[in-house]
Design a protein around this ligand. Sequence first.
Ligand SMILES: Cc1ncc(COP(=O)(O)O)c(C=O)c1O
Length: 360
Amino acid sequence: MSRVYNFSAGPAVLPEEVLKEAAAEMLDYKGTGMSVMEMSHRSKAFEEIITTAEQDIRDLMGIPDNYRVLFLQGGASQQFAMIPMNLMKNRVADYIITGQWAKKAAKEAEKYGKVNRIASSEDKTFSYIPDCSDLPISDDADYVYICENNTIYGTKFKELPNTKGKTLVSDVSSCFLSEPVDVTKYGIIYGGVQKNIGPAGVVIVIIREDLITDDVLPGTPTMLTYKTHADAKSLYNTPPAYGIYICGKVFKWIKSQGGLAAMKERNEKKAKVLYDFLDQSKLFKGTVVPEDRSLMNVPFVTGNADLDAKFVKEAKEAGLENLKGHRTVGGMRASIYNAMPYEGVVALVNFMKKFEEENL
Ligand SMILES: Cc1ncc(COP(=O)(O)O)c(C=O)c1O
């Protein structure tokens, strides 16, 4: 068996310990004589899996009792519709546009109401986070929406926007569980798990209880109503059971590493190695202003598309995979999520040094 360092933006690297445990339990989960993939979602064994998973993420994030944790499907993209369908009572929402995912979310919300784009960093190819300390928040906005970590561009909100009392909704797909958060600052925190937590197919929505109501937009499908899933404890229909099981194992793994404060420390240490190298390199250049850099996604370029392609190819040959930037921006991107070991980032930087010597 040989494993590569996988810098994919998602689906992405998972902790090896978790994969080994899952492999060991594949044929017989804890004496049940079957795989978690094969068992009823109404079984006692699965009930324990989902209950434990919920408790563990509650412990990790310090989720208060007046928030519910929902394990849903449909990808993060489905939330782009589900959020306005459930929250747009006045049919107005404010969106902060810091990349393609926020843009897509805003466009989807426009199907349901008026969307005010109250700030944007598109003028500089989303290479920074706009100042959000005093934005023109709409009086009748039902919520303010952000994408907290911009997977494609490599920016991260280091400070949450001043929503002037309005409900904050945040897509944390690419920074989920990467550092401590104050859940009370949000109405909804949600993300697809396929970057930092588990296999594609599960979306975790952490939602304040007062936002869970029957008062949704007319025509909202049962499956797209938060209340349906909250009332049924995420078991209204067959949930993505195996994915939830893996998420649960990753929560335990994060706990064993020391929780979110320890994750932050590890992630800062890893990111520093790469950013420090980029800041002094004569060949490679980071594309984000230093103060808004993500700890999770690190885009960089040489400024020459042919050289970028050569780098990606040779890196792959050296066991450093999935370094090609998003198809809309080109260049390179190293995603260094929780499960990427420090050694992986060091290996990448060493390879970049060698490539620089050979190609400058
Ligand atoms: C920040 C962010 N939001 C949303 C999405 C879309 O997620 P999904 O493919 O689960 O719909 C992605 C996917 O990469 C993402 O990075």
